[in-house]
Design a protein around this ligand. Structure first.
Ligand code: ADP
Length: 605
C-alpha cells in the first residue's frame, strides 16, 4: 500500500512543473478562504470600535480585499489552465510508456490472460478517479489544508485567551476558560473522526465497484473496436452480427451501469452525512463564539474570523484526510499501471556471443518440451531434431502436428519449458534479443502488414533503400507500379487513404520484407497459401534464386513445393516420423509423406 503511494508520488514528483504549480495552487486556495475573514474582521472592528463611521477607511479595506481576491483569482485560473496542459502531457507520456511496455513484452506474455487483464487494469486504473491529474489536485489540497490549519490555529488561539474578570455566571466562567477552546477543538475532532469513518466506507464501495466493472469494461471496449474495424466489417455484415454485437454491448453496459447506480446511491448518502457534520460544526461554533462576543470576551469583529477559522480548520482537516485518502485510493488504482510495467520478461542469459554466425546454421532441438501457456497438452515432449546441414529443409505434416510451433520456438516467441534449442551449438536464448532476430527472416502463415506505406512495410526497422525495395518486390512479382504512388502507396485505409491488397499480393509483400531483411536463414510458413496457382509456381521457381545464397526452411501443405528440398522432415503429433529426400520418402510404401503426396497429386492428374 505504502509502496504504491511512494511509486505514484515519485511519478508526480518527476513532473516538476506539475508539482510546483500544484503547490502554488494549494497556497492560493488557502489564502482565498482566509482573505475575507482577515478583511471582514478589520471592517467590523473599524465599525464597532470607532464612534464615527470612517467610510473611506472601510471602503479602502473592502477595495484591497476585492483586489487581492481578484488577483489571486486570476493567478489561480492561469495555473489551472497550465495544470491542464501538464496533466495532458503526463497522460500522453503514460500512454507512450504503456505502449512501449506492450511492444517490449515477451510474446507469450502478451498473449497471456494475465497480461491482458493487467493491461486492462492498468488502463482503467490510471483513469479511475482522474488518475495522475487528480493526484496532483490532491497534492494541492494537502498543501492548502496545511496552510489553512496554520493560519486557522492562529485565529482560534483567541478562544484560549482568558480575562481576569470574576463572575457568578457559570456560562460566563465557562466561556472565559480554556475549556471553551478545548470543547470546540474536541467537537472539530469528533466531526473529523466521524468523517474518517464515512470515507472508509466510501472507499470500500468505490473499490468494489471498480473491481466489479473491470471485466465488463474490457469486453465493452472490445465490442466498440469490432464495430468500427472495417476489416472485421465484412463478416459482421454478411453474417448479420450487428444485433448480436449491439445486444452484447448493451448487456455489458447495463451491467456496468447497475454497479455504478448502486455505488452512487450508497456514496451519495455517505457524502450527505459528511456535509451534515460540517453544518453542525458551523452551528456549534457560531453559538459559542457569539456568546463569547456577547459577554465581551472577544471583539465583535472577531466573530467572523474565529467562526470562519473554525470551519476552515474543520474543512482543512477533512480535506486533508479526504485528499490523503484520495491519494491512497488513487495510488491503489495507479498501482495497476505500475503492475503492468513490472511484468517481467523472461530472464535472458546473455553470454556475449558474437553477433553473427558464419557458415550454415545447424539447428538442434535437444530434449525440448513445450506446451502453450494456459494449456494442458504438450506440443513437444522430449523432442530431438537436428537440421540445417542442407541448404533447403522442408517441414511437412498434417495440420496441428507442430510445424508452426517449431518455428515459433526457433524464433524465440516462446521459450521451451525444458530442453535447449541450439544454433551452431549456441543456445538461442543466450543471444541478445536484437542480435538473434537479425539472424532470421520469417514469413508467418498469419503474417501482418501495417497501415504504413508499401516501402515501410518492406523495410520495417531497416534503412529505406527504394531501389532495393523495388527490386525485392519485382522479384516476388508484386506489381507496385499499378498504384499512382508506387511503393509510397499506403496499405489499408486505417490511417491514410490506402489500398486493400489481395491475400496473394499481401503475401508477396511479406515475402519481399523477409528478403529485404537479408538474414542468412529464411523461414517460410505456408509462403504461398494465398497465391493463385500461377503466382505460386512463379514464386517457387524464384525461390531457388531468391534464397540461393541463404538457407531456407519451408513449411508447406503443397507437397509439390517441398519436393525440391534437400531434407524433408515429416512431423506428426510433435514427433519426427520420417525424414529424407523426396525420392527416398516416396519409396516408403505406407509412409505419411507418400500418402500426403499422392493424395494431392491425384487432383492434378
Ligand atoms: P501446424 O503448424 O503443424 O499446423 P501448429 O504448430 O500451428 O501446427 O499447432 C500445433 C498445436 O498447437 C495445435 O493443436 C494448435 O491448436 C496448438 N496451438 C497453436 N497455437 C497455439 C496457441 N497460441 N495457444 C494454444 N495452443 C496453440
Amino acid at each position: 500500500m505504502f509502496k504504491n503511494f511512494i511509486k505514484t508520488l515519485k511519478v508526480a514528483v518527476l513532473s516538476k512543473s506539475g508539482l510546483i504549480t500544484s503547490i502554488l495552487f494549494g497556497i492560493l486556495t488557502s489564502l482565498v478562504s482566509f482573505i475575507p475573514l482577515f478583511f471582514g474582521e478589520l471592517i467590523l472592528n473599524k465599525i464597532y470600535e470607532t464612534s464615527s463611521l470612517e467610510f473611506w477607511d472601510v471602503f479602502i479595506i473592502a477595495l484591497v480585499q476585492v483586489l487581492s481576491l481578484f488577483i489571486i483569482g486570476l493567478l489561480r485560473s492561469r495555473i489551472d489552465k497550465y495544470n491542464q496542459y501538464i496533466h495532458q502531457n503526463l497522460w500522453v507520456k503514460n500512454n507512450i510508456v504503456i505502449a512501449k511496455k506492450s511492444l517490449d513484452l515477451d510474446y507469450d506474455l502478451l498473449e497471456s490472460d494475465k497480461a491482458k487483464e493487467s493491461l486492462s487494469r492498468a488502463q482503467q486504473g490510471r483513469n479511475a478517479f482522474g488518475g495522475f491529474a487528480a493526484f496532483f489536485v490532491d497534492i494541492s489540497q494537502v498543501i492548502s489544508s496545511f496552510i489553512s490549519l496554520i493560519i486557522g490555529s492562529f485565529y482560534i488561539s483567541r478562544l484560549f485567551e482568558v480575562s481576569q474578570t470574576i463572575s457568578n455566571d457559570g456560562l460566563f466562567n465557562f466561556l472565559n476558560s480554556y475549556w471553551c477552546g478545548i470543547v470546540i477543538i474536541l467537537v472539530i475532532l469528533l466531526a473529523v473522526l466521524i468523517n474518517l469513518f464515512i470515507f472508509k466506507k466510501i472507499k470500500k464501495v468505490e473499490e468494489d465497484t471498480f473491481n466489479n466493472v473491470l471485466s465488463f469494461n474490457r469486453s465493452f471496449s472490445y465490442y466498440f473496436e469490432v464495430m468500427s474495424d472495417y476489416r472485421l466489417g465484412k463478416d459482421v455484415r454478411i453474417y448479420g452480427l450487428k444485433d448480436t454485437i449491439l445486444n452484447n454491448m448493451k448487456n455489458e453496459n447495463d451491467k456496468i451501469n447497475s454497479f455504478y447506480v448502486k455505488s452512487n446511491r450508497k456514496t451519495s448518502l455517505y457524502y450527505a452525512l459528511t456535509g451534515l457534520t460540517v453544518a453542525l460544526i458551523y452551528l456549534f461554533s457560531y453559538l459559542f463564539v457569539s456568546l463569547k462576543a456577547y459577554y465581551g470576551l472577544i471583539a465583535v469583529g472577531s466573530i467572523i474570523s474565529v467562526v470562519g477559522s473554525i470551519t476552515n480548520i474543520a474543512n482543512a482537516l477533512l480535506s486533508l484526510i479526504n485528499s490523503l485518502n484520495g491519494m491512497r485510493i488513487k495510488s491503489t488504482y495507479l498501482s495497476y499501471y505500475f503492475d503492468y510495467l513490472d511484468i517481467k520478461n523472461k530472464k535472458v542469459n546473455v553470454k556475449n556471443y558474437s553477433k553473427d554466425i558464419t557458415g550454415n546454421y545447424v539447428i538442434e532441438f535437444k530434449n525440448v518440451s513445450f506446451k502453450y501457456p494456459n494449456t494442458e497438452d504438450y506440443i513437444f515432449k522430449g523432442f530431438n531434431l537436428k537440421f540445417g546441414e542442407k541448404n533447403k529443409t522442408a517441414l511437412v505434416g498434417k495440420n496441428g502436428s507442430g510445424k508452426t510451433t517449431l518455428i515459433k520456438l526457433l524464433s524465440r516467441l516462446y521459450k521451451p519449458e525444458s530442453g535447449e534449442i541450439l544454433i551452431n551449438g549456441k543456445d538461442i536464448w543466450s543471444f541478445e534479443y536484437g542480435d538473434y532476430q537479425k539472424l532470421l527472416s520469417i514469413v508467418f502463415q498469419d503474417f501482418s502488414l501495417f497501415p504504413f506505406t508499401i516501402k515501410e512495410n518492406v523495410a520495417c526497422d531497416k534503412e529505406i533503400n527504394e531501389h532495393e525495395i523495388e527490386k525485392d518486390l519485382d522479384d516476388v512479382h508484386f506489381d507496385y507500379k499499378k498504384f499512382d504512388k508506387g511503393i509510397n502507396t499506403y496499405v489499408y485505409k486505417y490511417l491514410e487513404e490506402g489500398v486493400e491488397l489481395s491475400g496473394g499480393e499481401s503475401q508477396k509483400v511479406a515475402i519481399a520484407r523477409a528478403l529485404y531483411k537479408k538474414s542468412n536463414l529464411v523461414l517460410l510458413d505456408e509462403p504461398t497459401s494465398a497465391l493463385d496457382p500461377i503466382s505460386e509456381a512463379e514464386i517457387y521457381k524464384l525461390f531457388d534464386k531468391l534464397v540461393s545464397d541463404k538457407q531456407a526452411i519451408y513449411i508447406s501443405h503443397r507437397m509439390s513445393s517441398t519436393r525440391f528440398c534437400d531434407d524433408i522432415i515429416v512431423l506428426d503429433n510433435g514427433q519426427v516420423i520420417e525424414r529424407g529426400s523426396h525420392e527416398s520418402l516416396m519409396k516408403s510404401e505406407n509412409g505419411l509423406y507418400k500418402q500426403m503426396f499422392e493424395a494431392q497429386a491425384k487432383y492434378y492428374k
